[in-house]
Ligand binder design. Structure first.
Ligand code: CA2
Length: 147
């Protein structure tokens, strides 16, 4: 069975609990449930993770090799700073989709740069929690094409 890993970076565990005016009222647990339902309907296996630490996220990317067929990653603020995450994604040679809840291009200048985008298939941003489904669809379509 084709399997995908969805990785969530720092502070995303607070979704729906703090600053709902910025990131909305949906919790990460609710997003995970919606992703599981969507992945099941597409016949995909799914692992859904969140961690606040850069090293733990890198370890999860390394461990995905040989287990998962692709990665959806919302790396949070590490998107804009982490060469290490970019190198980890590049090293495992798995197709990856970069995802953001907010439209990072309509926000502060420092959110316009992404190290992840340099090694991603593409980027989805600005569609809130629905972006997770869009990212799963984009990755699933890519994986179907590479069968
Ligand atoms: O829009 C996104 O998904 C982001 O990855 C969210 C990151 C931000 O640094 C990126 O530029 C864009 C921040 C996640 C913080 O999540 C919170 C959730 C609730 C309360 C406070 C922070």
């Amino acid at each position: 069975m084709t399997s995908i890993l969805i990785l969530n970076g720092p502070n995303l565990n607070l979704l729906g609990q703090r600053q709902p005016e910025v990131y909305g009222a949906t919790t990460l647990a609710e997003i995970e449930t919606a992703c599981r339902t969507h992945a099941k309907a597409l016949g995909l296996g799914l692992d859904f993770r969140q961690d606040n630490s850069e090293g733990a996220l890198i370890d999860m990317i390394h461990a995905a090799r040989g287990v998962h067929d692709g990665i959806v990653i919302n790396a949070g603020a590490y998107t804009h700073t982490s060469i290490a995450l970019m190198d980890a994604l590049s090293s495992v040679e798995l197709p990856a989709v970069e995802l953001h809840l907010s439209n990072v291009h309509a926000r502060e200048d420092f959110r316009h740069r992404s190290y992840i985008a340099k090694v991603a298939l593409g980027v989805i941003c600005g569609f809130g929690p629905n972006g997770y489904k869009l990212a799963i669809d984009a990755l699933a379509e890519h994986l179907r094409g590479s069968d």
